[in-house]
Design a protein around this ligand. Structure first.
Ligand SMILES: NC(=O)c1ccc[n+]([C@@H]2O[C@H](COP(=O)([O-])OP(=O)(O)OC[C@H]3O[C@@H](n4cnc5c(N)ncnc54)[C@H](OP(=O)(O)O)[C@@H]3O)[C@@H](O)[C@H]2O)c1
Length: 272
């Protein structure tokens, strides 16, 4: 399966679909899911220090036989590691677990008040030293991104946020795209919490696609990277099989109306 890619500011390409790894903590499930993903064409994997599976990802990619440079690996610095010394030390531990000497993308997991400026400067240093090809942020609002203009030497390559048809965030997408920041949609299936909307189901039936495929396709058509999580091989395959059809104007209008600001994860909106 050929997966389209989006260009990051440094010229590297990020595959438009990545496998989300949050809550995948069983070793056997991890290995089976990883291999199923590799077999159907995933090369992009999204982990984080707090997910507790960087080690599993390191082991899984090593035995897969896929060359490191063909993979796109993201990890995220957890909140308690935002202090400058902790951050560098925790990142070195992440690299050890991932069995690699660089990640393709390193993110600050959340806009932690007070510490986020110094944490960003530490990421800039890591990038300058070759530990991360790209650096970015996660759960940043427009306000947090605007504030970065005061102190960031490097513009974030990515902002990874919760985004799906029930939480569309059009202003945030526009802001990021206007500033050359690639938006990654996490929980693109609304964490599996709304799998019975009749509008989505109707569009799925019309295209001979599944409910999940319509949710994911809506994201990719807006030039977002989409990070869907599954441990089920048939769903892993289904979720990447979204590049052979297009939503029409009628579908898009109907899907736009489904926005209801539904957050299934944490909200950064009130973080000062
Ligand atoms: N940066 C952040 O703060 C942040 C926060 C949340 C998530 N993320 C990232 O985004 C990824 C995805 O988000 P998520 O895990 O919250 O949720 P999600 O991908 O929106 O939904 C996952 C749920 O949907 C089910 N599912 C997957 N494919 C399906 C399909 N084709 N049909 C029906 N159900 C399906 C999964 O079940 P099974 O696994 O049982 O198949 C699971 O219960 C995470 O794994 C993580 O990498 C980042």
């Amino acid at each position: 399966m050929d997966v389209p890619a989006l260009a990051l500011p440094n010229g590297q390409q990020v595959p438009q679909i990545g496998l989300g790894l949050w809550k995948v903590q069983d070793d056997q499930q991890f290995k089976a899911g990883f291999q199923a993903a590799i077999d159907v064409g995933y090369r992009h994997f999204d982990t984080a220090q707090i997910y507790g599976n960087e080690q599993m990802l390191g082991e899984a990619w090593k035995v897969s036989g896929v060359a490191r440079e063909q993979l796109f690996i993201t990890t995220k610095i957890w909140l308690k590691n935002f202090g400058q010394r902790h951050l560098q030390k925790s990142f070195t531990e992440s690299l050890d677990k991932l069995q690699t000497d660089y990640v393709d993308l390193l993110l600050l997991h959340f806009p932690v008040t007070v510490l986020r400026k110094k944490a960003w400067q530490a990421l800039e240093e890591i990038q300058a030293n070759g530990g991360a090809k790209n650096i970015g942020v996660s759960n940043y609002t427009i306000r947090h991104l605007d504030e970065m203009k005061k102190y960031a030497k490097v513009t974030p390559a990515v902002n990874q946020v919760e985004l799906h048809v029930f939480l569309q965030q059009p202003e945030l997408i526009k802001y990021c795209q206007d500033h050359g920041i690639v938006v990654e949609a996490y929980s693109p299936l609304a964490h599996g919490e709304v799998m019975d909307d009749p509008v989505v189901a109707g569009i799925a039936e019309k295209h001979g696609k599944s409910y999940a495929q319509i949710m994911l396709r809506w994201c990719t058509e807006q030039n977002l990277v989409v990070l869907a999580k599954s441990i089920t091989p048939s769903r892993i395959k289904e979720n990447i099989d979204i590049f052979d059809f297009e939503l029409d104007d009628e579908d898009k209008q109907a899907l736009t109306k489904l926005d209801r600001n539904l957050r299934t994860c944490w909200s950064p909106v009130h973080v000062p």
